[in-house]
Design a protein around this ligand. Structure first.
Ligand SMILES: Cc1cc2nc3c(=O)[nH]c(=O)nc-3n(C[C@H](O)[C@H](O)[C@H](O)COP(=O)(O)O)c2cc1C
Length: 154
């Protein structure tokens, strides 16, 4: 099973969260590919069994501009069987905390098999490690379930 993590980060908070997530995924011995958004060929979306999107929030609860092509690619391509998760960092000082996570969540729920979401305040703290582990476990449970469902065809 192939999993991609695709992310953006301006000041490093989301990147830190994604590196933590990557470490946890690697303990599970999955085939993992990590991309910054500018390195990801959008048409490859359909090549993965699972995709985790990582983003910060900007403006007034907006998705960063560099993530909009990815957002639209999920809408345009046939990804309805892809297991997805969305993670992000934000700042509770803003009225719409991690608004970009919510916006991606709503779209991924419609277009894909959304498994799980996670919002982190600025940089990941000790208690966020456990939250990331739960994220990965839930994500992989749904991925394995989906995989067995197709293999069990009689
Ligand atoms: C201009 C600007 C607008 C922002 N708007 C929001 C917002 O609406 N909601 C939110 O939760 N965080 C907001 N943030 C906070 C960032 O999302 C937060 O600092 C995030 O951790 C940055 O991630 P990065 O270090 O990966 O770039 C904003 C930050 C800036 C500079």
């Amino acid at each position: 099973m192939k999993i991609a993590i695709i992310y953006t980060s301006k000041t490093g908070n989301t990147e830190e969260l994604i590196y933590l997530m990557k470490k946890i995924f690697q303990l599970k011995k999955v085939e993992l590919f990590l991309y910054r958004i500018d390195q990801f060929p959008l048409l490859d979306l359909i090549k993965f069994d699972g995709i985790v999107v990582g983003t910060y929030t900007w403006g007034m609860g907006e998705i960063p501009p560099e993530m909009m092509d990815l957002y639209h690619a999920f809408e345009a391509l046939d990804v309805k069987r892809v297991i997805t998760g969305i993670v992000g960092t934000g700042d509770t000082g803003y009225p719409n905390f991690c608004g970009a996570v919510d916006r991606f969540k709503n779209m991924l729920f419609v277009q894909t098999e959304l498994a799980v979401t996670l919002k982190v305040e600025l940089t990941p703290q000790t208690n966020d490690v456990q939250r990331c582990e739960r994220f990965v476990n839930i994500f992989l449970e749904l991925l394995n379930y989906q995989n067995n469902k197709t293999e069990n065809a009689i």
